[in-house]
Each structure stands twice: as C-alpha cells, then as structure tokens.
Design a protein around this ligand. Structure first.
Ligand SMILES: [Zn+2]
Ligand SMILES: [Zn+2]
Length: 340
C-alpha cells in the first residue's frame, strides 16, 4: 500500500508526531483530498489539549484544508477528481436533529468537525464527506484559501449576518489572525471600519487593510473613543481577553450589537444597564457551512481580501503550532505539503 506522511496527536497534551500511514480510500459519499496547504488554528488546541469531549486518539488535526480531489467514493455525484476544494470547521451534519431539520446545519447537535471527529489536514491526504467540501476559486492559491476556511468564514459570515448595513460604523476588536481578515471584509462590505487593538504598532497595518479609524486600547478608553465617533452599530469581537470586550461594549450605538467570534478564557462581564439603556444586544456567531466557505472565498477572490500568512512545511507542525499559540504569528500560520 502507498504511504503518506501525517502529523498526529496520540493523547491529550501529547506531542505532535510525524508518522507514515497508509493513504486512505474514500468510502461511499466521501472523497479523498490530496492536501496542498492546511492552516493552523487556535481551535486545534481543543484536540491537542484534549478540551473537546469524546476525542478518539490518535487523531490528525487540521480544519483549514485546501487541496485537490484525487479519488471519489461511490455515491459521490456532485464532485469529481481534479477539483480544487477546501474543508473547514464544519465537517458534515446528521440531517436528523432539530437544528438540521430546521436547516441550521452549522448548529447540528451531531456535527462532524474535520481534525476532531475524523482525521484532518496536517497530512498529505485526508478523507472528507462530500457535504463538507467547498470549491476553491481559481484566483486563490491553496495557501491563500486555507485560512479563509476557518478564520475567514467566521469573520465574513458574522459580519454579513450582523445588523450592520452599508455605511454603518462597525468596529473590529482585536487585530490578529481573525481581526486582520475581519478589517478587510468589513471595509470591502462597505462598512465604516474602526479597528481596535493594543499598542501603536498595528495602526499602519490596520489602515492599510481598510480601517478608517484606529483606536489604541492601551492608551485610550475604547468605549469613549467609539462614542466620540458616533458609536458602533456592530462591534465584532475577536479577542481572547474578556476585559477588552467589557471595555468596548459601551461604545455601541443605540440598538447596537456586540457579535462574539473570539473566545475569552473567562466569562464576559457586562452591566445590564449598558444593554437596557441603549436597547443593545450581544450575540455569538458560529462559523458557517461549506457553502458559506465558498461564499467567503468567492468574495475574497472578487475583492482582493487575503490572509497574511507565515508558512511552514508539514514536518515543522510543532513549531508552527507553537508560533500560533504564542499570539505572535503575523497573522495566520499555514502548513504546506511537498508530496515529495
Ligand atoms: Zn479554526
Ligand atoms: Zn443534525
């Protein structure tokens, strides 16, 4: 049997192991992807650290997968060998739970996640169910496409489903892996984009990416600064520090909405009065399905939105992961496969 290289985790908190495995064969309803690139996402820590329930180890992480279909199983009708496809966090749904019956596949109670429920993209090949596939437009390289399949779709889909309308002031809280994409989407969607981050260093970059205003949260009161600008209809929060979220919420306009996509380690503290006085609301947003990924990539191809990436070869997955976890990546980390 022909072999492939893969990087697996054998137990919670175990190391990344570079191993040789047999190249898998797709069963009915599934395809095999020859992987060209896979993004390294903060949510990979759920597998690495065993934070997700019922994980079966060893498991290959990775849910920002871009490659080419190189084999299709029986009963796959809509996809064929040679198509360029991606797989993101959404990795398939059950079709029978209440969320599925309501057509909300991303909220499926039994949703499959690439790199958690089955082996993901830290490998030269993977098997994916056909419903999890998103077509990659030809304008995007595999390295460009990969981060759009989680970081991209999450921010794109949260923004386009928010209450903001063209021309509204929208603030992006945090300019990192998620935030640097959010600023671009926000500005290309026609929102008056305000970037908020710690320190002065990110101002030039944020403005280059499309922000009209920049608020340095280290030296200023974020809520006050937002109110001086007229208040934000939407604040999209990408940060992992709850204090930063609490400090921004009074910057919402009347009827404004805080949309949360980043996951702070601690509960977010909000005064009820802040919400009541302005009819303000808070909501979370859960990524999207494969067709949302396609929309994200098509929008990016159309408007020039691109992730800024640091790339590593597959065998350096541990180093790549460490850089991502340090928060010092500039801005997303992507693994590449050489298929030597
Ligand atoms: Zn992710
Ligand atoms: Zn379901």
């Amino acid at each position: 049997m022909p072999k492939m290289r893969a990087v697996q985790v054998s137990k919670a908190n175990g190391p990344f192991e570079l191993v040789e495995r047999e190249i898998p064969t797709p069963s009915p309803g599934k395809v095999r992807i020859k992987i060209q690139a896979c993004g390294v996402c903060h949510s990979d820590s759920m597998l690495k650290e065993g934070l997700f329930p019922h994980i079966q180890y060893p498991r290959v992480p990775g849910h920002e997968v871009a490659g080419i279909i190189d084999a299709v199983g029986e009963k796959v009708t809509a996809w064929s060998v040679g198509q360029r496809v991606g797989v993101g966090w959404y990795g398939g749904h059950c079709n029978s739970c209440e969320a599925c019956r309501r057509g909300e596949f991303i909220l499926c109670k039994n949703m499959k996640i690439a790199g958690i429920s089955y082996d993901g993209g830290y490998a030269e090949y993977m098997i994916a169910p056909q419903e999890a596939l998103a077509l990659i437009p030809e304008e995007l390289s595999a390295i460009e496409a990969a981060p759009l399949l989680c970081a991209g779709i999450t921010t794109f889909n949260a923004l386009r489903n928010s209450i903001a309308r063209a021309g509204d002031r929208v603030a992006i809280l945090g300019i990192g892996g998620l935030g640097h994409l959010a600023v671009q989407f926000c500005s290309k969607m026609g929102f008056n984009t305000i970037a908020i981050a710690r320190g002065k260093e990110k101002e030039t970059m944020a403005k280059k990416l499309g922000a009209k205003q920049y608020i340095n949260s280290q030296i200023s009161d974020v809520a006050q600064e937002l109110q001086k600008l007229g208040g934000a209809k939407v604040i999209l929060s990408t940060v992992t520090h709850q204090g930063a979220v609490s400090a921004a919420i009074e910057g919402l306009s009347l009827d404004g909405q805080l949309v949360i996509v980043g996951i702070p380690f601690e509960p977010i503290q909000i005064s009820a009065l802040t919400l009541i006085r302005g009819n303000r609301s808070i909501k979370g947003w859960a990524s999207g399905t494969s067709i949302d990924s396609e929309d994200t990539m098509r929008f990016s191809a159309l408007t020039g939105v691109r992730s800024i990436n640091q790339t590593f070869p597959l065998e350096k997955a541990a180093e790549a992961y460490q850089l991502m976890m340090s928060g010092k990546a500039h801005f997303r980390v992507v693994l590449t496969m050489s298929h030597s």
